[in-house]
Design a protein around this ligand. Structure first.
Ligand SMILES: C[S@@+](CC[C@H](N)C(=O)[O-])C[C@H]1O[C@@H](n2cnc3c(N)ncnc32)[C@H](O)[C@@H]1O
Length: 273
């Protein structure tokens, strides 16, 4: 039995996914006929339910990964592999208040809203109204929209919210708004950026080094998928070789005072098991 208000993913015989915040009196119109959500509620996760044309749909409890992959895109999005590391580095947890820009299609926004929970708040800045609207629609589909304030504003003119727990920028020229960050982010708070080219990373580093930032880190994340064939286990022939570079830092504790560097000596890490 699924509770009303829970998010469900309904998968068609051809693999098309429908996301619904469950309302028992809703009837879902699909290409395969009508699905009674009352039936979905009673059958529960993992079950098969049938449309009035007798086509089987599978009822799944979606993972955050499914939500991100289902985001309707009209901008480049941040990929799950990068999002995973971003939320860990920024320490996003239930109750967190976080600023991000730009909203774009809302892939990162979805993840931030998921982790901050109903008590948290995501302030998502987007300068183009059509993308702000797209982000809102994508959030609405998954029932996460109440956790997010989408602000249609250019961040070059500043943010507004103060003392937030974390901040992430996925905009082309983030160095143009660095001056506004100390007013928005809590002292010592983590911040991050995604940039697609090394030239942009160099420019950003030049600006970050002027302060008040410390613990600066630059990395990229590569994921290699394998063909899941037991007798011939080997990597897939193709992979997404580049999405973007991730840059992280911390806002110094106060003003221009230099914070102690947190050691991140990855070369000396040993995997002990
Ligand atoms: C690559 S998209 C963001 C994608 C988003 N992070 C996601 O995961 O779906 C970059 C967005 O930043 C917006 N943008 C660029 N510069 C901005 C600025 N100065 N202020 C606000 N939004 C900005 C663009 O309009 C665009 O929608």
């Amino acid at each position: 039995m699924i509770k009303p208000g829970q998010l469900v993913m309904l998968v068609s015989p051809k693999g098309k996914q429908y996301f619904r915040v469950l309302q028992p009196d809703e009837i879902l119109n699909t290409n395969d006929g009508q699905l009674q959500m009352q039936n979905v509620m009673e059958k529960g996760f993992g079950a098969r339910v049938y449309t009035h044309l007798n086509r089987p749909y599978t009822v799944i409890k979606p993972a955050l990964y499914d939500l991100i992959k289902a985001v309707k895109r009209r901008t480049q999005i941040i990929y799950p592999k990068d999002i995973g590391y971003i939320v860990l580095k920024l320490g996003i947890a239930p109750g967190s208040r976080v600023i991000e820009a730009g909203s774009g299609s809302g892939a990162l926004t979805t993840a931030l809203a998921w982790f901050t929970g109903p008590q948290g708040r995501v302030y998502s800045f987007e300068r183009r109204p059509e993308f702000a609207e797209l982000c809102r629609l994508n959030l609405e589909k998954t029932g996460l929209e109440s956790r997010v304030e989408i602000i249609t504003q250019d961040i070059d003119s500043g943010f507004g919210p103060e003392n937030v727990d974390a901040l992430f920028l996925d905009v082309r020229t983030p160095w143009e708004c660095l001056e506004h960050i100390p007013q928005a982010l809590a002292p010592g708070g983590p911040l991050g950026f995604l940039l697609p080219t090394v030239n942009q990373v160099s420019t950003l580093l030049t600006h970050l080094e002027k302060g008040p930032y410390s613990s600066i880190e630059v990395l990229e994340i590569l994921v290699r998928h394998y063909k899941p064939v037991p007798e011939r286990l080997r990597p897939q022939d193709r992979m997404i070789a580049h999405t973007g570079y991730l840059i992280f830092a911390r806002l110094n504790l106060s003003g221009d005072e230099k914070a102690p560097e947190v050691q991140t000596d990855h070369e000396e890490e040993n995997h002990i098991c």
